[in-house]
Design a protein around this ligand. Structure first.
Ligand code: ZN
Length: 271
């Protein structure tokens, strides 16, 4: 799916930007300067009428940062991006004030850093999926650390924050002592595998979620495909309607009181 590339490609060439510059003067993201399409395409009078007809006290407020532990929650997760399809998914998350977690690969982040910045600004979590989608069980400890640290630097550069979580490509290595000893982050697996990368089918992706979703689930998707983005457009409002809070992985485990520890792996936030 992803080009194999040169294993060392880019890693040693990355010039980290000093963190203070990142946090003190964030560049505005072009996507954020664009007004929402829904209102931009309306005549002013129509916009005013809509605003008057549907007053919403939450407009302009950031999404709820702390999930309510007494209510059910789900963590949607997206691997292998960012890509141009990520923006369609972010549009949905933004519209509903929902959060998700994006496990990014370095070679994609280098192409679309502004998309990762937008996701982070929307309250989404950026996790680490290695620099070029390496099976961690097939590389040396040195290369493992390069794969992880290289992406951490890129995410810090793009968003001002470092990832706190790793999802190993192919889910490989979660029981491998060498991996767990050298990847000093919680290893996040999934509860529901939608197989969206294989089916490329919206209905099949939706059914996989509907069949097994429950409080504390981690859902695996990939932000590379239009059928996946279409599924997100349906499932986000559907889950919210069912009472689920759509939260990041870290938010969900914090709300459930489950500590995420380095070198351990997690499939779900329920017993
Ligand atoms: Zn992957």
């Amino acid at each position: 799916m992803l080009p194999a590339g040169n294993p060392s490609m880019g890693i040693i060439d990355i010039v980290p930007t000093p963190a203070p510059e990142l946090t003190s003067t964030p560049e505005p993201t072009p996507a954020l300067q664009t007004p929402p399409v829904a209102t931009a395409s309306l005549e002013p009078a129509v916009t005013d009428a809509l605003a008057a007809a549907t007053p919403d006290p939450n407009v302009g407020l950031p999404p709820q940062e702390t999930p309510d532990p007494s209510k059910p929650m789900v963590a949607l997760t997206f691997d292998d991006g960012p890509s141009k399809k990520t923006e369609r998914i972010l549009d949905v998350l933004e519209q509903y004030g929902a959060h998700a977690t994006f496990f990014v690969v370095g070679i994609q982040l280098e192409k679309f850093p502004e998309i990762v910045k937008r996701a982070s600004d929307l309250g989404c979590e950026i996790g680490n999926h290695t620099y070029n989608h390496k099976n961690l069980t097939k590389i040396s400890p040195d290369e493992m650390r390069e794969q992880i640290n290289g992406v951490n630097r890129l995410v810090l550069e793009a968003t001002g924050k470092e990832p706190a979580l790793v999802r190993p490509p192919y889910g490989a290595g979660i029981k491998d002592e060498t991996v767990k000893a050298n990847v000093a982050y919680p290893l996040i697996m999934w509860t529901i595998d939608t197989l969206d990368w294989s089916t490329r089918d919206t209905q099949s992706t939706l059914e996989a979620i509907r069949k097994d979703v429950k409080d504390g689930s981690i859902v695996l998707m990939h932000d590379l495909y239009d059928p996946t983005a279409a599924a997100v457009e349906t499932i986000v409002p559907e889950l919210i309607e069912q009472g689920y809070q759509l939260v990041t992985v870290s938010e969900m485990f914090a709300a459930k009181g489950i500590a995420l520890e380095p070198g351990k792996y997690y499939r779900k936030a329920f017993e």
